[in-house]
Design a protein. Sequence first.
Length: 352
Amino acid sequence: MIVLGSTGSIGVNTLRIAEEFGIDVEVLVAGNNVELLKEQVARFKPRIVVSAKPADIDAPVVFSGEEGILEALELAESRLVVNALVGFLGLRPTLRAIELGKRVALANKESLVVAGAFIDKSAITPIDSEHFGLWYILQNSAKPKRLLITASGGALRDWPIERIASATLADVLRHPNWSMGQKITIDSATMVNKLFEMLEAYWLFGTQNIDALIEPSSLIHAAVEFADGSTLLHASRPDMRLPIAYAILGRVEREVVKPIDLLQSSFAFRPIDPARYAVWQIKEELLKHPKRGVVVNAANEAAIARFLAGSFTFGDIAKAIIRAYEKFDVEPKSIEEIFTIDTEVRKYVETL
């Protein structure tokens, strides 16, 4: 198995599953968390490692940088790639893995968000809990009428609306349910994460009849409405090991996570209010023009970089995304155009 992004939360849980089910790890790819990567190398003994600091790594083959990731994919014999890289950086490895005939267990949302039209979805197995839930429900089910995914609402879901725009990074990172990386936790607070997951669902399941609701407990991950009026829901503990196990193994016949206790659980749903989550106002338009996901992703990554640098407030992230979406009314016609649009949008956001 090849694990891209091994020191992040998805990568760590992937290696837990590998250990539990006795799966060999041939390649580890990680960024700046060198100490954890060194521990993983000692434990799993991969043949190839890609690190931001290759001199610190003791492995038979060591690379660095984006080109190193692509070279590792070329050299690796493993047919399964878990892509848990964060952001636009994950696109080229997804494309190259598929070109090489490998199967991709995909946690890198941005690959489908920006290039879903140009990716062979039959080579993709999503790791997102929401898409796993939709897949789980749709096995041997009738044709669906509408797909629903759920959102936790992020760290600011119960804040007074007038305070949200001035939230600090520390405020935004206090996610109530999940332990995730910095970017995805910010995306959860803005609701960009759910925009991305709706685009992923569009490309994976081929329908625009998709919506999202807030379910604060994060126990229900997805629901499917059928033409007969019935609705099926997928519920499990908020533990990414379950979708990861299915993405890696295909089927799982033993307990991966403890079942939820229905007597101790309560479910309540809320609408996603554009007054609280400003990016939600472009949801319908984006679903009609899913190729424009490249604009939203580039604007979001550039805006988050400015928020982290202190030149944007939290509220400026959504404003920048909406302004970029309105300015760049473009749909890429090729993979090459995706990279051109990405560069142009980032430059625009940097000038706001």
